[in-house]
Structures are given as structure tokens and as C-alpha cells.
Design a protein around this ligand. Structure first.
Ligand code: RFL
Ligand code: PHB
Length: 427
């Protein structure tokens, strides 16, 4: 089999990249090791930055998101029994975020790809990326019990943290920056209307808690748990009791309980692989970097990577210049490190570290007081949460001649494709 761009992995990064390339008239093949139902049901992210929403819409993948997504203009920080609302539009010049689950983004992109795009093979496990340092990279994969080879002009590793693509970068060229945290998150879905109309991030001596949602009828909730804890050791009633304690307030706010329909534990880590490119292999999304979920940044970073890459591949196709491809890793890493910093700050601000001293606890409260009481500190949080610009580095270095313009306008134009793909837009 042969294609221009071989994409390993059909998470949000791989699926959106395939869509953007389709809109730009560049063919691709997506290989996904799992089956369609698994990819469509894997519970993960819930928050889309404004830039992500704009890109999905411009790519023609925003119809259901515009109907069912919930616009959120703020979050609540809870500490010491107090409640403090961070008002995003007021602090950022009008920015907000959208609650629309990753499962739904993936369902929308899969349906579009199967209807209009190139091949998307489920149950196709990449075994290795080979010859990435040459003009003829290839992916060796297993499909329907047989081994096969996908010959490509470019390979993109969108295969997540546990994927194989990263291994094709020679060890001597890789640099890994990593931190693991001594706790994880127990996440549950519950058939009960959310107990608050915005997300609540709570700092408590017993540990962090987060109240989120999937729809007006379904709540998504998280509890900090010790490293190594399992979901099975948590009875449903114990989860609700613990959420109630950690989310408690001094006023009459009450947590609504309901049937828990799924529960799982996620470890917490920060991880960056540099560079994000080796020869004709590009890494995007969780394959290149992981953030702890406290900042709600992982999916949004993946979108930033593939927009940057789609624009660079389009530029190469139209002008023959590899300038933007050459800048890919550096362009992405600037934004990645800002998201790493923000996610680290949110994590250390809100979680109780088992090794922390009473002094550390007081410093945490002082940081929260500062955010609640100082516009500058609160603005910093609001800007970080609602998102960093998609291509600060392109703007700084200036795009090569003929490249799409930088900034939000460039990202949206890249998402539509050069022909101005008629992405269905909100009326
Ligand atoms: P994914 O989603 O992991 O997809 C990778 C895909 O590659 C496939 N694969 C292979 N395919 C073929 N051959 C192989 N050898 C393969 N190996 C793997 C996998 O089956 C999979 O389908 O990576 P991608 O596309 O980079 O997307 C990244 C996001 O999924 C991730 O960053 C977010 O979910 C992180 N995240 C959040 N991000 C946000 O922006 N906002 C949030 O609110 C948010 N909340 C979260 C989160 C992640 C969480 N967990 C579970 C880690 C909340 C949680 C609890
Ligand atoms: C979610 O709804 O799954 C969610 C929301 C915010 C986060 C992490 C996860 O920071």
C-alpha cells in the first residue's frame, strides 16, 4: 500500500490531521490498532479551547459540537470552604471554553473520514516505523492477521503515549523531560445532572476533587487518589462521600448523587519528547507530550500540533518549500512548554502531595488567595485555561513566502483548506 501521509493512530490527533489533509487535497491512510467502538467510547477529555472549537468548525466537523457543546464562561475554585469564580471573558477580552467530550469529537471525525476521506483502518496495529531518516519512510503493520507495509512520503506518529512511532527516533537524538506525580485521578461518570453549572476545581487537605460534566444530564467527577490505587477498591457510596467532603462549602451548596456508570484511574505525569520530528517522521499529540489533566490541555495541544503540521505539509505541496516542516518541532514545542508549565502549576496548586509539609499547604492557600484577590494573578490563570495562541512561533519568526498567515486566522484558513472548504458553520 502507498500514500502521501501515513498516520499512525486514530485518536483526536490522527483523525483531525486526516481531515485537514483531506481538505487540503493531500491523501493519507490512518492505521488504528483498536476497533471503532473502543475508540469512540474511551472516556477522556471534556474541555475544548476556543481555538480548538474554531478549527473543528472550519474543518467541517463542528455541526454537532455547535448544537450540543456547552459554552462555559468560567470555572470555580474552591478552597477552605470558600468559592471563587474566575470569569474568563472579563479577564481575557472575551474568550471562553466549550464542554464537548473527546468521545464526541472522535465520533464526528470518524464519521466524516469514513464518508468523505481516505482509508481509516481499524484493527491495524503499527509494528514499526522504518527508514524515517530517508525519502521513503514506511510503516510495518498487522491487519486481519497478515503483515503489510505502508510506503509513504511522510509518516506521522499520532499513536499516543504508548505508541511505537517515537521509538523510530534514534536514541542519540532523543531528549526526554519527565515528571511523575505521587497520585492519580479516579474518574467517574454518573447519570445525574451536574451539581453546578460550571466546572469546580477543589483544593482540600484530603486531596483534590473536580466536578465536571458531559451534558445537562450527565456528571463527570474526579478524585485525587494515591499512586497505585485501583477503581475496584472504591465503592460507589465511598466515592460520593469523599466527593462531598472535598467539595464542601460554607454555604448551602449540595452535591447531587446518582448512579455511577463507569469508573477508572489515570496516573498523572508530565512528559515531553524533543525533537518532535526526525527526518520524515513527525510526532503529534500524546505521542510527543503528556500533561497532567488538571489544566485540560492534552487534547488542545494535539489539535495545535496537527494544525501546524497540516499547514506545513500544504505549504510544501504548494510551494515546494520545506521551511515550515523544518520549523515544525520548534513551533510546536514553544506552545507545548507553555501548556506543560500551566498544567504543572494547576496540579501543584490544587493537589495534596503526600510528601508536603504544613508550610507547603499554607503556600498553596496563599497562591489561591492571590488568584482570588489579584486581577493580574487571576488573569494569568484565565489566559492559560482558555488557551495559548496556536502559532506564536510562526508569528515571531514570520511565515515563509506564500505560507498561510499566522495566528487564529491562519489556523482557521489551514483547517478549511486552500480551496476554502465549505465547513458547515454556525448560522
Ligand atoms: P490518543 O487519544 O491516545 O490516541 C492515540 C491512538 O493511537 C492508537 N495506537 C495505535 N494505532 C496503531 N498502531 C499502534 N501501534 C498504536 N498504538 C496506539 C491508540 O489506540 C489511540 O487510538 O492520543 P492523541 O490523538 O494524541 O490525543 C490526545 C488526547 O487523547 C489526550 O491528550 C487527552 O485526552 C488528555 N486529556 C484532556 N485533554 C484536554 O484537552 N482537556 C481535558 O479536559 C482533558 N481531560 C485528558 C483528560 C486525559 C485523561 N486521561 C484518561 C489521561 C482527562 C483524563 C482523565
Ligand atoms: C473532563 O470533563 O473530563 C475534564 C475537565 C477538566 C479537566 C480534566 C478533565 O481539567
Amino acid at each position: 500500500m502507498r500514500t502521501t501521509v501515513g498516520i499512525v493512530g486514530a485518536g483526536p490527533a490522527g483523525l483531525l490531521l486526516a481531515r485537514l489533509l483531506h481538505n487540503a487535497g493531500i491523501d493519507s491512510v490512518v492505521l488504528e490498532s483498536r476497533d471503532r467502538a473502543y475508540v469512540e467510547q474511551r472516556q477522556r477529555a471534556g474541555i475544548l479551547e476556543q481555538g480548538t472549537v474554531d478549527v473543528l468548525r472550519a474543518a467541517g466537523a463542528g455541526e454537532r459540537m455547535d448544537r450540543e457543546g456547552l459554552r462555559h464562561d468560567g470555572i470555580e475554585l474552591r478552597f477552605d470552604g470558600r468559592r471563587h469564580r474566575v470569569d474568563f471573558p472579563a479577564l481575557t477580552g472575551g474568550r471562553s471554553v466549550t464542554v464537548y467530550a473527546q468521545t464526541e469529537v472522535c465520533k464526528d471525525l470518524i464519521a466524516l473520514q469514513l464518508e468523505e476521506g481516505g482509508p481509516l483502518l481499524f484493527g491495524a496495529e503499527a509494528l514499526a516505523v522504518e527508514d524515517a531518516g530517508t525519502d521513503r519512510p514506511r510503516v510495518r503493520f498487522r491487519y486481519e492477521g497478515r503483515e503489510d507495509v505502508l510506503d509513504c512520503d511522510y509518516v506521522v506518529g499520532c499513536d499516543g503515549f504508548w505508541g511505537v512511532a517515537r521509538q523510530a527516533v534514534p536514541a542519540g537524538l532523543s531528549r526526554v523531560f519527565e515528571r511523575t506525580y505521587p497520585f492519580g485521578w479516579l474518574g467517574v461518570l454518573a447519570d445525574v445532572p451536574p451539581s453546578h453549572d460550571e466546572l469546580v476545581y477543589a483544593r482540600h487537605e484530603r486531596g483534590f476533587a473536580l466536578l465536571s460534566m458531559r451534558s445537562p444530564e450527565v456528571s463527570r467527577l474526579y478524585l485525587q487518589v494515591p499512586q497505585g490505587a485501583t477503581a475496584e477498591e472504591w465503592e460507589d457510596e465511598a466515592i460520593w462521600d469523599e466527593l462531598e467532603r472535598r467539595l464542601e462549602t460554607r454555604d448551602d451548596w449540595r452535591l447531587r448523587r446518582g448512579p455511577i456508570t463507569s469508573k477508572s484511574v489515570t496516573p498523572m505525569r508530565s512528559h515531553v519528547h524533543e525533537p518532535m520530528r526526525y527526518g520524515r517522521l513527525f510526532l503529534a499529540g500524546d505521542a510527543a507530550h503528556i500533561v497532567p489533566p488538571t489544566g485540560a490541555k492534552g487534547l488542545n495541544l494535539a489539535v495545535g500540533d496537527v494544525v501546524t503540521l497540516a499547514r506545513a505539509l500544504t505549504h510544501e505541496k504548494e510551494t515546494g518549500s520545506a521551511a515550515l516542516l523544518d520549523a515544525y518541532s520548534e513551533t510546536c514545542l514553544r506552545r507545548v512548554w507553555q501548556a506543560e508549565r500551566f498544567s504543572y502549576d494547576m496540579t501543584t496548586l490544587l493537589h495534596s502531595d503526600p510528601g508536603a509539609s504544613p508550610f507547603d499547604g499554607r503556600i498553596q492557600l496563599a497562591r489561591l488567595e492571590r488568584i482570588a484577590g489579584t486581577r493580574a494573578a487571576e488573569t494569568d490563570l484565565a489566559e492559560g485555561y482558555t488557551g495559548f495562541p496556536l502559532d506564536e512561533a510562526v508569528r515571531r519568526h514570520g511565515p515563509a513566502d506564500g505560507a498561510a498567515p499566522a495566528g487564529a486566522e491562519g489556523a482557521v484558513r489551514a483547517a478549511k483548506g486552500r480551496a476554502g472548504h465549505p465547513g458547515r458553520r454556525r448560522a
